[in-house]
Design a protein around this ligand. Sequence first.
Ligand SMILES: Cc1cc2nc3c(=O)[nH]c(=O)nc-3n(C[C@H](O)[C@H](O)[C@H](O)COP(=O)(O)OP(=O)(O)OC[C@H]3O[C@@H](n4cnc5c(N)ncnc54)[C@H](O)[C@@H]3O)c2cc1C
Length: 479
Amino acid sequence: MISFEMPEKIEHAVVLAETIAENMMRPVSRHFDENEHEIPWDYIEFMHTSLKALGGGGLTPSGEKKEKKEKKEGPRIAFQRMAFQTEMLSWGDVGLWLCTPGGGLGAAAVNAAGTDEQKERFLARHRGEKPVFDAFALTEPHAGSAMPAEVRTTAVRDGDEWVLNGEKIFITAGHKALVDSDGFVVVWATIDPKAGRAGVRPFVVEAGTPGCKVTKLEHKLGIRASDTASVVLEDCRIPLENLLGSAEVVKPENKKGFKGAMATFDATRPVVASSALGIARATLERLKEILAEHGVEIRYGLPRSRMTNLEREIVDMEIMLRSTWLLTLKAMWQMDERKPNTLAASMSKVRAGDVVVKITQRAVELLGPLGYSREYLLEKWFRDAKINDLYEGTGQINRLIVARQAGGDSRLMGLAAWFHERSDFYGLSNQESGRDWIRNDGWQHRGALRRPGDSNVSAGHRPQGIDGCGERRRLDLER
Ligand SMILES: Cc1cc2nc3c(=O)[nH]c(=O)nc-3n(C[C@H](O)[C@H](O)[C@H](O)COP(=O)(O)OP(=O)(O)OC[C@H]3O[C@@H](n4cnc5c(N)ncnc54)[C@H](O)[C@@H]3O)c2cc1C
């Protein structure tokens, strides 16, 4: 069943987030933009106390216990709730939202790749007395998009420890995680440089570990309230159990280590999309308010041909904003339902990155000097917008993922038609036939559908590369 109603629990979370956005974020938005690297402790302390009262763990859905509880109470909504909260808090101020304590990108990686014991060990600190941050360190000086194939940071086993050496750059909340709190950074390093991406693993490096140093804080165009750090690892020794997943390079059961960490992006890309849409909505609302203050009302009821160009532009912005929000919610709903969501995740990120840049840029242009002036936050939102098209995979990289995934989907539909036609032949009822299998299991059962001698069957319907599991797997790993 599909429902577009907002569940009551999400409604409550949004009301709380709106109050925080209006009263705690907007009033200090300009201050933290102009005072880069000043830490918004009031916001941080308040969010820590509030999130703790709500069960702790930040905004990131985490922990099996919570999921089991939600299962009992109805369909899972934790990721959808996070999308709404993120959108609302980013409407308040995206830089401050990035300073929200508790589960960030590092926690998302622990959730995606860690064992239950690791989740408890590393994430319990978010429920403690003091606010704690975590971060995710993938990018290195020589490459970002080409990660993880090009990871040069190494992890070498020495007795009961891993010894890490390398440099990571552009780490969101790196300083807060390692210096300002007892947090941790998930560092990607290779345990076998010859193995390429197959050798890359995520390691948890905790604050205070000797050999792990923050060496630089970036000065940025936008999101200036958020710290972006460089981290150097020099003979940094961590316990063996801080490797998330398995240390085996070749075994298939190894999925949890490397592929599990890649799955982090399936969860976080729609979060970035939600955040982008929060900025876009703030801009569009403010634009309409300023226009109204100057006597320009948008006549939504008019036929398009009788609207002014300005009115048509505003309507087009509404369409961009709302349609991208639906796509983002779909990606989050798929996360909640534990369905594969790579396509929707990347697509929502691509669309939201474009939409926020277009809306914020056009708002500045339409208002001219008022848009450019620091009197309003519009010029700030214009600067804050661009990062959404850069981090968590640039627009180009996510377009590559979409192209590959969408190509997969059209083959999938061919497979569905082909299999559906032959459901009797395989002794399955219609309900068990291709469409349902595909809806429930995606590509996972593809191998099982193949029978000896099938190569000549119905070439017209037969998807190309039905046995192309290897190809698909390779594309997945290229994310
Ligand atoms: C404020 C900020 C916060 C960040 N936070 C984090 C973080 O917390 N953790 C982390 O690990 N990283 C983080 N990053 C790094 C970010 O994810 C990378 O900057 C991003 O992935 C791009 O990598 P790059 O900088 O090496 O650019 P490059 O990969 O060198 O890309 C440069 C340009 O080339 C294009 N390009 C590259 N490859 C291709 C291709 N195959 N096809 C088409 N075009 C291509 C890119 O789209 C881009 O336009 C952050 C960056 C910023 C700016």
